[in-house]
Design a protein around this ligand. Sequence first.
Ligand code: TRP
Length: 466
Amino acid sequence: MGTERGNWNSQLGFVLAAAGSAIGLGNLWKFPYITWHNDGGAFVLVYLLCILMVGLPIMMAEILIGRKTQKSPVGAMIEAVGRRWAWVGGLGVFTGFVILGYYSVIAGWTLRYFATCIGWSFKGFESSESTGDAFNAFAANGGLQLMLCGAFMFVTVYVVRRGIGGGIEKVARWLMPVLFAILVLLLGSALSMDGAREALSFIFMPDFANLPATGVLEALGHAFFTLSLGMGAMITYGSYLSHKQSVVRASAIVVALDTLIALTATTIMFSVIFSSPGMKEQISGSTVGMLFISLPELFYTVVPMGSILAPLFYVLVAFAALTSTISLMEVIVSYFIDQRKMPRAAAAWMCGLGTFILSALCALSFGGVPWLSRFSWVYRGTDGAKEGLFQHLDYLASNWLLPVGGFFITIAVGWFMTRESTEAELVADDNPGWFYFPVWRFIIRYVSPVAVALIIIFVIRGKDFS
Ligand code: TRP
């Protein structure tokens, strides 16, 4: 089995691949706008607590199931806690399909913005192309949307097809350092701008009077998405990890990197936004559009060396998205390899084609096909009705699938695996000094399930976390 399934070649390779999964559009697109929307400081602090108290322990739980069983989610749940848990793994595979369906569409946009920025850098910036209307016209261009997300999907399948060590790990080893380097470059430029001070105090000075009550749960919900938890992505990556490597250390590094990148990206974006007079009011109208409507223009009007940094910025977003789509795809593909005994290449192409059908529908749901863009199910949450396929899928995954999956994973690890078996996976000689097994076990048995159950209860009562 070992050789057929593949393995990471090194601990660093695993950490970079897992960090690649975690660091993605969640960090660069979602986190900045929910931070904006929740008024900064206090929300960020609460988010950090959620990451530390709930995210990190669940990350360890997922990786430990994977490493222990050396199987992808369905097989892993069966082996770790019994046949009756197979559906939790199955739910994870389905969740991967749903997230990939809409995620790849936004991922595709990064390619277009990269190309557009290259054009602007050479021929000069044209402000008429960087308005909300121009963006809407682009989003509604069905043919172009299909091409972009198809291209992204193709690259994803191509990498996954090459396997763990030779495909996923290799790509992560190249892309992640480039991503870090671009980010440092951008940070340097952003911190030299006038708005940097204001941005830093917005992000890092907590003022609890401004924190909306449900901000706490929103932070918790986002912790799942951003760390790739709740659907067995980390079980899958952990299943290719050898027993020599420390789960605790790897988890801590991945969580720290993800958080660092989210905060850095937010600092960069807000410094840019605060440096442009009047931009703050404009942003509030469309926080979701920050990445694709407001930022491109600002790069060319206020950022020093913007014409070099703008294309680099979209390369960064594309790379971050790619290492995440790879991990989503790997969850689906590994199911067919492990449970259905398919060869990797066939499984990869088949899953790629299958998910592309969903992505294609999603790509057409920004105006390309009116019905797909506008249908609205009975749901009426606190934030209004959902419109179109894209919003429905994001709602389904962020509000239901990830919390429910995460809830059952913590219950399985905390209550249905023996203390001895989890201890054997987590306690190692090279663990960092702060790790104390009884604390982890307490959190995973009591704190995490209660916290996640709260998200689900609020969702049932109509709160929207997507
Ligand atoms: N964590 C990624 C991001 O922040 C998205 C992602 C990749 C993901 N794999 C996942 C989310 C698995 C949930 C589960 O963009």
